[in-house]
Design a protein around this ligand. Structure first.
Ligand code: BES
Ligand code: MN
Ligand code: ZN
Length: 479
């Protein structure tokens, strides 16, 4: 899809369909023979959020979408309205869509039009034997029309949203195609961007680095694991080095503590944290943000086999901590443990990890919020602010010594789970904290938000959750 900005009036563009946002008590500014305001006056077009009306005027199709009250307008409302408008426009056969940005709003509203439209237009058809003619579900172009020149914000929003959709491609790719090696290959491509370097270690590298925790998850799989390290240094880099750590379990069977068959195919997306980290590096580097980032992605399968790690086994993590494996399905924390140690060793000064870590977070927060755990209030606040801006909302949940105590082992330093299964998400977060040194750290549990119809603009398959949040966080570190 082509995305462009223009200061032309919608009627003067070559779009076949125009979307106009209707604000409460306001007229359509650039009407055609009174037709559009006639619809508003007749009550057919309404300001009620997401309400849709359609008209034909001046050889174009017009979709009027409700945006609510001007003083309550925010980017998330616009993303959602853009999803509704595109849905209708597509039914009507739109190929070239022009969105008129309401007068006198900030650039973030134009960015939200781009995000909402591109995210909604996304389709995953790599495995369709007869792909639709146009991979964007019929949409060739999006023109963003505004009074002022918004080419900068529109171009940036396009870069970021493309990276979100790239992360979604990784999420949606089945595990027989997206092996850990394939994740590493996707990371290597990012090494072509200015300021980005990529290193990949396999099984031998994990052994050399003493990563017995990560390695034990991979040992049951025939697929080579990948410890992927990316570094980005932007021009005139400022602020603390941001450490991003992502779980990329390309398929989670549970291992010997095997899962039941119900929706197990979703576990091809257990690499969503890693996908978000790769998408973020892509966007941050393409935007040339003035920051330093070290990113660590741990990619492996979690399989049962004659070589697989067994309940009761004890392994030693890279920081020397011994771990008694109680449940092999709590593998994400084992992978992240060594990846966190690695990020600390590589000089991360602020850490965030992102992982589809616990089913418990879905019970607690559904698809609406990701769970946020943080060692410091300031860091939690900075992440929450970025999340609010992008609509990837988070809810902070507690860390507490009692939750840490649940992991005391009779045999080793730590167990990987407590079978009582109380406060599962907090206990998992406490496990991770043991591997973060004294670096301000936060953990995002995205098991509920990485997929599962949370948003109208990402209603099927992977959502790319976290890419936009990390870009916004990097921007805030550079400010
Ligand atoms: N990848 C799963 C978590 C998950 C579950 C993500 C459902 C998305 C949807 C993780 O590896 C896992 O299996 N966690 C276990 C931990 C338990 C054994 C303590 C869980 O949540 O059941
Ligand atoms: Mn698991
Ligand atoms: Zn998992």
């Amino acid at each position: 899809m082509i995305v462009e900005s223009t200061t032309e009036l919608p009627q003067d563009t070559d779009a076949d369909t125009v979307v106009i946002g209707v604000l409460d008590g306001e007229k359509v500014h650039h009407d055609i023979d009174g037709i559009l305001n006639g619809l508003v006056a007749a009550g057919e077009a309404k300001a009620k959020h997401r309400h849709l009306a359609v008209a034909h005027a001046g050889a174009k199709r017009w979709v009027l979408v409700g945006l609510g009250k001007r003083d309550e307008l925010d980017p998330e409302k616009v993303r959602i309205a853009a999803a509704s408008a595109l849905g209708r426009a597509r039914e009507l056969g739109a190929e070239r869509l022009c969105w008129e940005v309401p007068h006198k709003v900030g650039g973030e509203i134009a960015a939200a039009v781009v995000e909402g439209t591109m995210l909604t237009a996304y389709r995953f058809d790599r495995f369709k034997s007869k792909p639709p003619e146009n991979g964007n579900g019929g949409l060739e172009a999006l023109l963003v029309s505004a009074h002022d020149d918004l080419s900068g914000v529109v171009a940036e929003a396009e870069i970021v949203t493309r990276a979100v959709n790239a992360a979604r491609n990784l999420q949606n790719t089945p595990a027989n195609a997206l092996t850990p090696t394939a994740v590493a290959d996707a990371a290597r491509v990012l090494g072509e961007l200015d300021g980005v370097t990529v290193e990949v270690e396999g099984r031998a590298g994990l052994a050399r680095l003493g990563m017995g925790s990560f390695a034990c998850v991979a040992q049951g799989s025939a697929e080579e694991p990948a410890l992927i390290t990316l570094r980005y240094e932007g021009p005139d880099a400022q602020g603390p080095t941001l450490g991003l750590v992502g779980k990329a379990v390309t398929f989670d069977t549970g291992g010997i503590s095997i899962k039941n068959a119900n929706r197990m195919s979703d576990m091809k997306m257990d690499m969503s944290g890693g996908a978000a980290v790769l998408g973020a590096i892509e966007a941050i580097a393409e935007l040339k943000l003035p920051v330093r980032v070290v990113a660590v992605v741990g990619a492996t399968e979690n399989m049962p086999s004659g070589n697989a790690v067994k309940p009761g086994d004890v392994v030693t993590a890279a920081n020397g901590t011994t771990i008694e494996i109680i449940n092999t399905d709590a593998e994400g924390r084992l992978v992240l443990a060594d990846c966190l140690t690695h990020a600390v060793n590589l000089g991360a000064e602020r850490l965030v990890d992102i992982a589809t870590l616990t089913g418990s977070i879905i019970t607690a927060l559904g698809n609406t919020h990701a769970g946020l755990f943080a060692s410091e209030d300031d860091w939690a606040a900075q992440i929450t602010a970025a999340a609010t801006t992008t609509g990837e909302t988070v809810w902070r949940l507690p860390l507490h010594a009692d939750y840490a105590k649940a992991l005391d082992s009779d045999t080793a330093d730590l167990m990987n789970v407590n079978e009582a299964r109380k406060a599962g998400s907090s206990v998992a977060a406490q496990f991770l904290q043991r591997f973060t040194g004294d670096v301000p750290w936060a953990h995002l549990d995205i098991a509920g938000t990485a997929w599962g119809a949370g948003k109208p603009y990402a209603s099927k398959g992977g959502s790319g959750w976290g890419v936009r949040l990390f870009v916004e966080l990097a921007r805030s570190l550079a400010r």
